[in-house]
Design a protein around this ligand. Structure first.
Ligand code: ZN
Length: 172
């Protein structure tokens, strides 16, 4: 999928900073011994190129979780802390989607995941990232007419010109 997109000259649906990717990956790996799911929000920006909207994920926001091997949600008592963390993100982000992990059971959207996506993340740029730290897999999904579809993403090194421009443009 990556190779095809690179050749097409079209923008990927999602660009993920190496900072955001490593934070998600490490959070997922840390919970792997107990096979716990983790989750969080994708913070970034929506850009447009030749009429196509795509998301740039610059960072992630997460907090204490109520999690089991097959279920995860934010700990309701920790939400004020999450909002505080988001406020301290240091840039004017928008929430471009969410991520969660499937430790050992591959990357897809379950019926519950799909319901979450339809309820909370129904904009064309909204995506869902699923990480399987056991099978070392990460996939990006978006809603489609008949459910959901996998979409291509690319990693952007944190100091890349695009991210640097976004960050400096948004300070203050
Ligand atoms: Zn899931």
């Amino acid at each position: 999928m990556y190779d095809e997109m690179s050749k097409s000259g079209e923008p990927f649906d999602i660009y993920i900073s190496t900072l955001a990717e490593s934070r998600m990956r490490h959070q997922a790996i840390k919970a792997t011994p107990d096979r716990l799911e983790v989750m969080g929000l994708l913070l970034g920006e929506v850009c447009r190129w030749r009429g196509k909207a795509y998301a740039v994920v610059m960072n992630v926001g997460t907090t204490d979780l109520e999690n089991t091997p097959a279920k995860v949600r934010f700990d309701p008592g920790a939400l004020p802390g999450l909002f505080k963390e988001l406020d301290g993100a240091g840039f004017d982000y928008i929430i471009v989607g969410w991520y969660h992990s499937h430790p050992g059971h591959t990357c897809f959207l379950s019926r519950t995941d799909l319901r979450t996506q339809r309820t909370m993340f129904d904009q064309p740029f909204h995506c869902a990232l699923v990480i399987d730290p056991v099978n070392r897999e990460i996939k990006a999904f978006k809603l489609s007419e008949d459910g959901y579809t996998e979409v291509p993403f690319a990693l952007v090194s944190e100091g890349g010109p695009k991210l640097r421009r976004l960050r400096t443009g948004m300070q203050g």
